[in-house]
Design a protein around this ligand. Structure first.
Ligand SMILES: Nc1ncnc2c1ncn2[C@@H]1O[C@H](COP(=O)(O)OP(=O)(O)OP(=O)(O)O)[C@@H](O)[C@H]1O
Length: 242
């Protein structure tokens, strides 16, 4: 089966800065792939390019067989996205925002889906509150719900657990692990290594735009190596393994 996400020599340059530097990776169906890296290593830029929000400077990519720069609308229709630090429209209530997303995505059961998310992420009492008046954590819950409302084959989620309390983080982590067990695929970016160690099946380490390593989490844990030790060592040495 072809990979769900594949990039070859994918690069993004901003002036003199190589934000993403010739990254080649592939993600198989049913995997929870963690893109890890320190601040400014290029994670968000990768997700923006893979979801057609930004064109690469060079290189190629396919997401579910779609080239995101050639057909950004098709890729956004196909996937679920949690962009980094983006908030829902201030002028809609939580329930109005999900209704709006359901309409764009041509869902027939938006109301039931939305109710399920209000219940699951425990914010039913906020459904009629304007998004501008929601706490950051509740806005993050709403962004989570909109990304998964249409049960996408692939979700690309940028720092999805930020702003969530520990109880909610656990709920979301369990959801993500179960989601990939059902055959869907998740591409998650984070600099919080415990998240990756807890739930990711595969990981890649980006440093200054370069891919330093890709591998399976169970291979590390099988060798009794902690992901954070592995990460620190690799990033300190700035070594290229792939
Ligand atoms: N539109 C832009 N114009 C110029 N430079 C940019 C732009 N977007 C990102 N950068 C730079 O590209 C590099 C990678 O940024 P990016 O946001 O992809 O990193 P990140 O790994 O997601 O970081 P963080 O974990 O802090 O969110 C950074 O040096 C950033 O300043």
């Amino acid at each position: 089966m072809p990979p769900v996400i594949k990039t070859e020599n994918y690069s993004k340059v901003f002036g003199d800065l190589k934000a993403v530097d010739s990254v080649s990776l592939s993600v198989e169906r049913g995997r929870l792939f963690g893109l890890l890296g320190p601040n400014g290593s290029g994670k968000t830029t990768m997700i923006k390019m893979l979801t057609g929000q930004m064109n690469p400077s060079s290189g190629t990519a396919e997401v579910l067989g779609i080239d995101p720069s050639a057909d950004p609308v098709a890729v956004r229709e196909a996937v679920g996205i949690i962009p980094e630090q983006e908030t829902p429209p201030s002028f809609l209530t939580a329930v109005e925002y999900l209704a709006f997303v359901g309409k764009i995505r041509n869902l027939e059961d938006t109301e039931e889906q939305a109710e399920w998310w209000f219940e699951f992420l425990d914010f039913r009492d906020k459904k009629d509150v304007l998004c501008k008046d929601l706490s950051r954590g509740t806005r993050q819950k709403l962004m989570f719900a909109q990304a998964f409302l249409h049960t996408p084959e692939v979700a690309l989620i940028d720092e999805p657990l930020i702003n969530l309390d520990p109880v909610m983080q656990r709920t979301v982590k369990e959801f993500l692990a179960e989601y990939v067990r059902s055959g869907k695929t998740i591409f998650l970016s984070t600099h919080i290594l415990e998240i990756a160690e807890d739930i990711c099946t595969d990981f890649a380490i980006l440093h200054k735009g370069k891919l330093l390593h890709t591998g399976r989490v169970d291979e590390l844990t099988g060798a009794d190596i902690h992901l954070d030790d592995f990460f620190m060592d690799l990033v300190k040495r700035g070594r290229t393994d792939v």
